[in-house]
Ligand binder design. Structure first.
Ligand SMILES: C[S@@+](CC[C@H](N)C(=O)[O-])C[C@H]1O[C@@H](n2cnc3c(N)ncnc32)[C@H](O)[C@@H]1O
Length: 352
C-alpha cells in the first residue's frame, strides 16, 4: 500500500495517527484515473473507484430521491435505493482530499408508501363538496385569461385543488383512494452513512425553493404542508482545511455565506432533464468550500449543473451519470459555457 502524502500524519498525536493511518492509504489504480473536466457515462458505484485518491476538494450532488422517476427505474426496491446512496457515500472517503467536503442536496422523501402504516381514520368535520363546476372554472378562465390557478380559485371562492380537479379530473394532492404515505426523514440515514464512511457532519443548510404543489401527492385528508424546502448536508473528511475569508465578498458573507437558509427558486422548466437543481446551489457551495483550480465532483451530474457552476467559479470538475442522455445534455451545456481565462475573487455580490 502506498501512502499518499496530501495529509501530514506526522502533525497528529501518535494515538490519532495510529488510528487513522490505514484509512489514508489507498492502493493506486495503475494511474488509470478519470480525467478532470470530463463527464463519464456509467454507474457511480463503479466509476468512483477510478477517481484519483485524495483529489476531490468538494463533491456536491443531488441523488435520485426514489420518487418514481424514469432514471431510477433500475432500482427495484427502496432497499436498493438505500444501498446505492450508502455505497456512493462510502466511496467518497478515499477520493476526497483530507480537509475536503461532501455536500449532499436531498429532500425528505415525501411520498414514501408504507404498507405497515395504519390508515388514518378521518372524521370529516368540515368537509363539504365544492359547488363549483367545470363550466364555472372554464367560464372564469375565458373571462380572465391572465389569471393563474390560484387567482381563479380566489375569484371563485374555492381551493386551487378544486380548480385542478374540475379542469383535469384529478386531485393534485392525492386522494382518499391512494394508499397511505408517510414522511421519510432521510437526514438521519445520510448522516449515519457518512459517519460509517469516516466523514464527519460539518454543517447543514436549508434551501427554500418555491412550493411544489404538483409534487405533493398527499392524501387530501391531511394537515401536512407542501414540499417547499430541501437540505444541503455537508460532511468533512478529517485533514487540513484551508480557511480563506476572501473566497466571498463581505456582502456575500452577509447575504448567504454565513446564513443557514438559502432562498432561490427551483428550476421551473425541466425540459432538458427531469430534476435539475438550480446552478445557484452548487455555485454557492463551490465558492464557499473550494479555491480556484480545485476539483469538484458530481457522481449524479444529470444535466451538468454542477459542472457549469464549477466552470463559472474557475474550478475543475468530474461528472458521472448512468443515463447516456444526461451525459449528452451535460456535454452540450458544458461545451457552450464560456470559459474564464483567469478567475478573480469578486468584490461585490455575484448574481448568476
Ligand atoms: C436528481 S438527478 C441530478 C440532477 C442534477 N443535479 C442536475 O441539476 O441536473 C439524479 C441523476 O442521477 C443519475 N443516476 C441515477 N442512478 C445513478 C447511478 N447509479 N450512477 C450514476 N448516476 C445515476 C440519474 O440519471 C439522474 O440524472
Amino acid at each position: 500500500m502506498e501512502s499518499h502524502s496530501l495529509i501530514n500524519l506526522n502533525r497528529m498525536p501518535a494515538d490519532v495517527r495510529a488510528k487513522i493511518q490505514s484509512a489514508y492509504e489507498v492502493a493506486p489504480a495503475n494511474g488509470r484515473y478519470l480525467h478532470e473536466d470530463t463527464v463519464y457515462s456509467g454507474d457511480a458505484r463503479r466509476l468512483l473507484k477510478l477517481i484519483k485518491p485524495h483529489s476531490i476538494a468538494l463533491s456536491v450532488w443531488s441523488p435520485p430521491y426514489y420518487v418514481g422517476k424514469a432514471y431510477e427505474s433500475y432500482l427495484s426496491s427502496y432497499e436498493d435505493w438505500r444501498c446505492l446512496i450508502q455505497r456512493v457515500i462510502r466511496l467518497h472517503f478515499d477520493i476526497l482530499q483530507p480537509g475536503g467536503f461532501l455536500a449532499i442536496n436531498i429532500a425528505d422523501i415525501l411520498c414514501f408508501q408504507d404498507e405497515q402504516m395504519p390508515r388514518i381514520q378521518a372524521d370529516l368535520v368540515s368537509r363539504k363538496g365544492s359547488p363549483i363546476k367545470h363550466e364555472d372554472v372554464a367560464q372564469a378562465m375565458s373571462e380572465h385569461p391572465n389569471l393563474n390557478r390560484y387567482q381563479i380559485a380566489k375569484l371563485l371562492g374555492c381551493s386551487e385543488q378544486t380548480i385542478d380537479r374540475r379542469l383535469n379530473g384529478n386531485n393534485i394532492r392525492g386522494g382518499k383512494h391512494q394508499s397511505q404515505t408517510r414522511v421519510k426523514i432521510v437526514g438521519g440515514m445520510v448522516e449515519d452513512w457518512a459517519i460509517e464512511a469516516g466523514l464527519y457532519p460539518y454543517d447543514r443548510r436549508v434551501w427554500v425553493k418555491d412550493p411544489a404543489w404538483e409534487n405533493s401527492r398527499w392524501a387530501s385528508l391531511s394537515y401536512r404542508s407542501v414540499d417547499e424546502f430541501e437540505y444541503l448536508y455537508i460532511f468533512w473528511k478529517p485533514g487540513v482545511t484551508r480557511y480563506d475569508r476572501r473566497r466571498l465578498s463581505s456582502e456575500e458573507w452577509v447575504e448567504w455565506g454565513s446564513r443557514g437558509v438559502w432562498t432561490f427558486p427551483s428550476v421551473r422548466s425541466n425540459g432538458e432533464h427531469d430534476s435539475m437543481y438550480p446552478v445557484e446551489l452548487p455555485y454557492r457551495t463551490i465558492r464557499l468550500l473550494t479555491d480556484p483550480g480545485d476539483t469538484v465532483l458530481d457522481p449524479f451530474i444529470g444535466s451538468g449543473t454542477t459542472a457549469i457552476a464549477a466552470i463559472r467559479c474557475g474550478r475543475k470538475f468530474i461528472g458521472i451519470d448512468r443515463e447516456k442522455k444526461s451525459v449528452e445534455i451535460s456535454k452540450r451545456k458544458i461545451a457552450s459555457e464560456p470559459r474564464q481565462l483567469c478567475y478573480t475573487i469578486p468584490t461585490t455580490s455575484h448574481k448568476i
